[in-house]
Design a protein around this ligand. Structure first.
Ligand code: NAD
Length: 342
C-alpha cells in the first residue's frame, strides 16, 4: 500500500505527549502514513536550531502535509510567534476549526455544529509594532483586498462543498472602517458574485459573541479576520467541552498543517494529563485532506475507524480529566486503540 510522507512536529509543553499518543493510535489503525519528524519552537532552540528551522519549512513544502503539536511563544518579549511565522512563511491563509458536540461529552448546549474559518496571515498579527515615543506604542492592523477576498472565497467554497447553508461574518467595521470595512466588502462581493446560493449574514462582533453563547446552534460557518478568529475559536471550544476537543487545519494553496486549537499548556505538561483528542481529531482531518488531495480511499477508511474508536471510548465514559473522566493521556490512547473497529 502506498504510504504518504507526513511531517510531524512534536512541539513544546504537552506537544510531545499528545503527538506520541496520536502517532500510536494512527499506527494501530493502520494509517498509510510515514512520519518525517522535524523540530520547531523551544524544542528546536534547545537543539541549537532556529525557532522555526529552515529544514522544517523545507520538509513541509516538500511533503505538503504536516501534523503539528503546539509550540510555546513567550509573552511580551523575545521572538515572534512561531505559529504566526509558520502560517505566513507557507502562506497557510485559511484556518478551519470545526466546533461540534461529541457524544459522551455533555455541555450546556446540544446540537452545536459550526465551523470557524479564520484569515491566518494579516490583521493585527502582521507583526508591525512601533514605539512612537516613550510610553506610546502601536500595533498596525493590516487588511489587503487580496487576502480578504481569498479567505472569503475559500470560506464560501468550503461551505458549498460541505453542504453548509450560511456564512456569518463577525466584524467591527463600525469602528475600524477601513480594515474591517474591507473585510466585509470583500465577503459581500464574493457572496453576491460567486456564491448567491449560500446564506450570508454580518454581525458586529460584540453582539455576535453574545448570540453565540446564548444559542450557538443558530450559526453554521463563521468567517473571521485573524484576531477575532483566534479569540472566537477558544470561545467555541468552551461551548463543546473545552480546548481538548477542537481540532484545526491551516491550509494554503501549496500545503496544509494540521494542529489542535489549544496551546502547549505548560501548566499540565509532562504529567500525562493532556487530552490528545483535539490533535487526534486534527489527524482525522489530515487523513480526510489526503483523501481529497491524493484520492486515497485507504485514508478515508482509517479516518472513519479512528472516529469510531474515539466516539466509542467517549460514549463509554473513557475520558481524560478535562472532560470529567479519570484517564491520563496514554490511557485514553489505549482506550481508543482497544475500540478501533476490526
Ligand atoms: P493553552 O491552550 O495552552 O492552555 C489553556 C488552558 O487549557 C490551560 O489550563 C491548559 O491546561 C488547558 N488545555 C489546553 N490544551 C489542553 C489539552 N489538550 N488537554 C487538557 N487541557 C488542555 O493556552 P495558553 O496557556 O494561553 O498558552 C500556552 C502556550 O501555548 C503559549 O506559549 C502560547 O503562545 C502557546 N500557544 C500555541 C498554539 C499553537 O502552537 N498553535 C496555540 C495557542 C497557544
Amino acid at each position: 500500500m502506498a504510504r504518504h510522507q507526513v511531517v510531524l512536529i512534536p512541539g513544546d509543553g504537552i506537544g510531545p505527549e499528545v503527538t506520541a499518543a496520536v502517532r500510536r493510535i494512527l499506527g494501530a489503525a493502520g494509517a498509510p502514513v510515514e512520519w518525517v519528524e522535524e523540530r520547531a519552537g523551544l524544542a528546536a532552540l534547545e537543539q541549537g536550531q532556529e525557532v522555526l528551522p529552515r529544514e522544517t519549512l523545507e520538509a513541509i513544502t516538500r511533503h505538503q502535509v504536516a501534523l503539528k503539536g503546539p509550540c510555546t511563544t513567550p509573552i511580551g518579549e523575545g521572538f515572534t510567534s512561531i505559529n504566526v511565522r509558520l502560517r505566513k512563511e507557507l502562506d497557510l491563509y485559511a484556518a478551519v476549526r470545526p466546533v461540534r458536540n461529541l457524544d459522551g461529552v455533555p455541555t450546556r448546549f446540544s446540537g452545536v455544529d459550526l465551523v470557524i474559518v479564520r484569515e491566518n496571515t494579516e490583521g493585527l498579527y502582521s507583526g508591525i509594532e512601533a514605539e512612537l515615543a516613550p510610553g506610546v506604542v502601536t500595533t498596525t492592523k493590516v487588511a489587503t483586498e487580496k487576502a480578504c477576498t481569498r479567505i472569503a472565497r475559500w470560506g464560501f467554497h468550503y461551505a458549498r462543498q460541505r453542504g453548509r447553508k450560511k456564512i456569518t461574518v463577525f466584524h467591527k467595521a463600525n469602528i475600524m472602517k477601513l480594515t474591517d470595512g474591507m473585510f466585509i466588502r470583500c465577503a459581500r462581493s464574493v457572496h453576491d458574485r460567486e456564491f448567491p446560493d449560500i446564506g450570508y449574514q454580518e454581525m458586529i462582533i460584540d453582539a455576535g459573541c453574545m448570540a453565540l453563547v446564548q444559542d450557538p446552534t443558530r450559526f453554521d460557518v463563521l468567517l473571521l479576520e485573524n484576531l477575532y478568529g483566534d479569540v472566537v475559536s477558544d470561545l467555541g471550544a468552551g461551548l463543546v467541552g473545552g480546548l481538548g476537543v477542537v481540532p484545526g487545519a491551516n491550509i494554503g494553496d501549496g500545503c496544509a498543517v494540521f494542529e489542535a486549537v489549544h496551546g502547549s499548556a505548560p501548566d499540565i505538561a509532562g504529567r500525562n494529563l493532556a487530552n490528545p483528542l483535539a490533535l487526534l481529531m486534527s489527524a482525522v482531518m489530515m487523513l480526510n485532506h489526503l483523501v481529497e488531495t491524493r484520492e486515497d480511499p485507504a485514508c478515508a477508511e482509517t479516518a472513519q475507524r479512528i472516529k469510531d474508536g474515539y466516539n466509542r471510548a467517549l460514549a463509554e465514559g473513557r475520558k481524560t480529566r478535562d472532560l470529567g473522566g479519570g484517564l491520563g493521556t496514554q490511557q485514553f490512547a489505549d482506550a481508543v486503540v482497544e475500540r478501533l473497529p476490526a
